[in-house]
Design a protein around this ligand. Sequence first.
Ligand SMILES: Cc1cc2nc3c(=O)[nH]c(=O)nc-3n(C[C@H](O)[C@H](O)[C@H](O)COP(=O)(O)O)c2cc1C
Length: 274
Amino acid sequence: MKRALIYLSLSVALLLGGGAMAQTGKDGPMAKLDHSLIELHQRYAAHLASRSRAPFSADDPLIRLAGDYVIVDAVADGDAEALVEDYARCAAWAVESGADVVEAHLALPDPFAGQPQLIFENIPLAAQILYGVRTTVGTPVLAKLGVFRSPRALHDTATKLASWTNGFTLIHAFHRPVVDDKGEPAFEGPGRERADVVGADTFAIASRQVTEMLVWRKAGAWDRAILAAGGVSSVERAAFLLHEGADAVLVATTALVDPLFAARFRQALAAAVA
Ligand SMILES: Cc1cc2nc3c(=O)[nH]c(=O)nc-3n(C[C@H](O)[C@H](O)[C@H](O)COP(=O)(O)O)c2cc1C
């Protein structure tokens, strides 16, 4: 991952430098960069100076050029251990900053899979990440999951990951191709054909997966906390999930447009009790 971070710095350097002559002396702006970065920058600068029509090639499959941007694949360096260490390091930082609970976001694209899948769908990798985080921090750890392809997949994943986590948060979002009215990718740029879809319209499916998870817990498969997320846009929706047995409800999109949502929820709850 160190390598990935270095490459990210390079992309910044390239964008800022715009291909201008680099100062490589010990006091110049390149002084703090890794040698391989400087080399790459010099090759890029030479490529620009040569006015060649051929596209710049970094001779590294993790680095691509798209228009004016250098795109760096920050995690797919083929090293699962580095990814696990990254999760653990970030968790340690969160706890150092005062976090009471750490959530490992496992609904991100799996960098090691040939086909599009999310990390939680790669159960051995997800378990390794959770193990790494749990053995690093003393706080409770949650696993954030996405949409499951089937109730069976939900059951198997939760059962296999339960030993490594204190609870599950679901669902993160719908990671789907997003197209415009002509069927073209709605967002520009390579790698953006799929995006995380969130918000009120996801509630029907998100809440169904939460209730399925609650049923499995009730059946006694495991006893971990279940935090519900996805499309909670009203007090009624939040109350429904809590009533079904969720330990907590998370609200993201709605909080952007309705920052007092939680306060209204509390008021509604207090009024119902009184
Ligand atoms: C603006 C915004 C930023 C988000 N950032 C994160 C994030 O950094 N990490 C994360 O795990 N989820 C993040 N999420 C996802 C939410 O935690 C939540 O899982 C998702 O939005 C579904 O809930 P919603 O339908 O209420 O928005 C973000 C969501 C929004 C809308």
